[in-house]
Write a protein that binds this ligand. Structure first.
Ligand code: HEC
Length: 103
């Protein structure tokens, strides 16, 4: 009977210690950046940064509003390889210029 009481205490201690260890390990994380889906406004922001950083190397930076969205498509097809943009970066810059293009 004494043995049972001791093993009961041991099990109790293990269960208790597990509980106290796991409690602080899970803080509430309602929205972490890594799981957040990129919205189109994120693409526009990324595009604006790339546009300013990568498109002004060879010439003055044209204002996106100097061209219509349908002008920008062939321009970006010519300029994206010059600026060594990836397909994803090209889409971001396109999202930016289209959002500010001549109407
Ligand atoms: C390696 C140099 C280089 C880089 C980088 C570059 N361009 Fe150009 N860009 C040129 C040259 C050269 C021309 C003129 C010849 C032509 O139109 O192809 C030009 C012309 C243009 C024009 C005028 C086109 C027209 O039809 O009037 C626009 C707008 C333009 N670039 C936008 C961009 C944008 C946006 C980027 C960034 C994605 C960019 N460029 C990156 C070299 C570059």
């Amino acid at each position: 009977m004494k043995k049972h009481i001791i093993s009961f205490c041991v099990i109790g201690a293990i269960v208790y210690s597990c509980k106290t260890q796991s409690a602080p390990a899970t803080p509430p994380t309602p929205e972490t950046p890594s799981t957040r889906v990129a919205t189109s406004s994120d693409a526009v922001k990324q595009g604006q940064v790339l546009y300013a950083q990568r498109c002004a190397r060879c010439h003055d930076l044209p204002a996106p509003s100097e061209f219509t969205a349908s002008d920008w498509k062939p321009i970006m097809e010519r300029m994206a390889p010059k600026a060594k943009l990836t397909a994803e970066e090209t889409n971001w810059v396109l999202a930016y210029v289209n959002a500010n293009a001549k109407k």
